[in-house]
Structure formats: structure tokens, C-alpha cells
Design a protein around this ligand. Structure first.
Ligand code: FES
Length: 129
């Protein structure tokens, strides 16, 4: 597989691996086609993702793109994060082989699921006040 240096680096030295201790958003997405899974935890404060970590079981593309997603999303506000697409991850990494482009969806989908989880929990707790 012809991976570029940036993708290889994110695969061999993935950033932000683990679970955010005091996370307030959680997302987990699996790809039924290959069985790979990405789990993302985030901490949001004042509408901004101030901490984000991931754990992934999957191919080099899934690991590298999930790592890239955490780097892209950290420090961004919720609205910007919800507008991110898999193409933003691919551009961030330079490029990825055509047949591995579907792998870039895992991290983005898990990120959006984590933000949705935060928003759902936040709205619920505001309604209870
Ligand atoms: S082959 Fe499953 S995410 Fe890459």
C-alpha cells in the first residue's frame, strides 16, 4: 500500500491515544464492511473541544485518520467541528490511497457522534434545571 510519510507517521506515532478522563462526549463507530472500530472521547468547555482522545481497532488508514481527526478537532468550536468532513482529514494527511478513503470516515463519524452525545446530554441537563 502506498501510504505517504504523514499517514505513516500518524499510524506509527498516533496522537492523543486513550480516553479523556473527565469526558463529556463519547462516540463509537464501527465499519461493518471490515470490522474496524473507532472510539472518541471529548471534553467540551465553552463550546470548544479542549481535550480529545481516541482508541481504534483497525487498519493503518483507520488509525492514522483517527489520530489526524483528534489533531484537527482540538481547540475548535462545536460548529466548526460538525462541518468537518472526511475530505478535511484526507487533505490534512496529504492524501490517502483511493481504496483506503473509506477508512477516513471512521474517525470523523466517531467525532460527530461524540459531539452529538455531548449536545444531547447538555440539552437534557439544561431541561432539568
Ligand atoms: S479497512 Fe477498515 S477502516 Fe480501513
Amino acid at each position: 500500500m502506498d501510504y505517504n510519510d504523514s499517514l505513516k507517521d500518524h499510524f506509527e506515532n498516533p496522537r492523543n491515544v486513550g480516553v479523556v478522563k473527565n469526558y463529556n462526549g463519547y462516540g463509537k463507530i464501527g465499519d461493518p464492511g471490515c470490522g474496524d472500530v473507532c472510539e472518541i472521547t471529548i471534553h467540551i468547555e465553552n463550546n470548544v473541544i479542549d481535550d480529545i482522545m481516541f482508541k481504534a481497532y483497525g487498519c493503518p488508514g483507520a488509525i492514522a485518520t483517527s489520530s489526524a481527526v483528534t489533531e484537527i478537532a482540538k481547540g475548535k468550536d462545536i460548529d466548526s467541528v460538525l462541518k468537518l468532513k472526511d475530505d478535511d482529514v484526507i487533505n490534512y494527511l496529504g492524501n490517502i490511497p483511493e481504496e483506503k478513503k473509506h477508512c477516513s470516515l471512521l474517525g470523523i463519524k466517531a467525532l460527530h457522534a461524540a459531539v452529538d452525545d455531548y449536545l444531547n446530554n447538555n440539552l437534557k441537563s439544561k431541561k432539568q434545571v
